[in-house]
Design a protein around this ligand. Sequence first.
Ligand code: PHE
Length: 458
Amino acid sequence: MTNERKSIHGEWSNRLVFILAATGSAVGLGNIWKFPYLTGENGGGTFVLVYLLCIALIGIPVMMAEIMLGRRGRQSPINTMKMLAKDENRNQSWVWLGRMGIVAGFLILSYYSVIAGWALSYVFRTGSGMFIGASTDVVNGIFGDLVGDPERLLAWHTIFIVMTMVVVARGVKNGLETAVRYLMPALFALLLMVVAYAMTTGHFMEGVRFMFMPGKITNAGVLDAMGHAFFTLSLGMGAIMVYGSYLPRGTSIVQATMYIAIADTVVALLAGLAIFPIVFANGLEPGAGPGLIFKTLPIAFGQMEAGTLVGTAFFILLTFAAWTSAISLIEPAVAWLVENKGINRLYASMYTGIATWLLGLGTVFSFNIWSDKTWSIPYIFKNYSFFDTLEKLTFNLMLPLGGLFIAIFSAWCMREASSREELDTSRWIYRLWQILLRYVTPIAVIIVFLKAIGAINS
Ligand code: PHE
């Protein structure tokens, strides 16, 4: 019976389109903006190692599970969970997993869009040649001026939200394919060019050592590494589940997941290799926080041959990568509105776009007029800026929690016959997947949570 379910939103035309779309969702600001600054803040090597372990042992099996649930339910995450809970004779409260995911996607997009706006604005900053030969101070100043100006941030945030909602309104299947098929490889090529430049700085090995030599890590750092494994693979909130719901039968979920996870990880590591040598060559601080790539890459573009051209192209492609991720962040919410509220995609996109834009104002202001204002969530976080609060809430809490429940549902609550049929893989891969989801993911997530709570309250 489940085999005949069809998505009312249509299907990907083939397997390649799905892989491209899911890679488009996975590869984004998480890889190029976030991974380097988290690595820098958490002291390098050990963080990278824990992140890679989390990708292999938690991220990959959870991604297979999400695609599988989506393809079996064929609806938005909320309705998919409702349907599957019924199929498997489980409690209807599993719909809360879908609900939490939709809220997480909405919260994440509200700040993701502001950061994507930075990338977009750097297209024009780099294009105007203002970084040619610029000193570290000048580059820092340009970044400071941007984030200090609420009007400019607001304008870029607005443009990015509109771009995202236009694509979502037309249906994610139209347009995504070209964007990902040509632009992702181009982004990859430009990253390689920056890595090549980084090799000429004389500090390349220092960057490599920073990234791969194990050192110290805090409990909060381990929590960051785990959260990042979910974030960078777009897991724990239903984005990959909803993309899975458009996946035609007969596609190998295991194989598709491996392609996506490998592409995503390679891009992140390349971004690190591009950025850290520049950090060390210019005496910058690896722990500079969210501004890290905007304070380092322009120095490279200002010095390298044809840097204005390369830099402009780079920020254009980074914006595209962010765009294809942003679309997947809001698709679960839009799919649900279309299914349950009887409105068409255009209106569903408009409403969610406006709501996300409004919430994004908080992040815009947290870098300037609200920079002294702090927020707390009782028992969870104390005294963070608006941006940090949203970011930590989603990244450190909601995504791992979503991943934990996805693991529990697919490996403990679903009948083996169902998951086996859907995954359709060899016996030992199935068993490995099951063991990782049954034991490794839940235990790891719970231990990391408990330790992090200890760290926050100590
Ligand atoms: N994976 C995206 C990135 O790395 C972000 C994202 C998270 C997208 C969750 C969808 C869902 O930028």
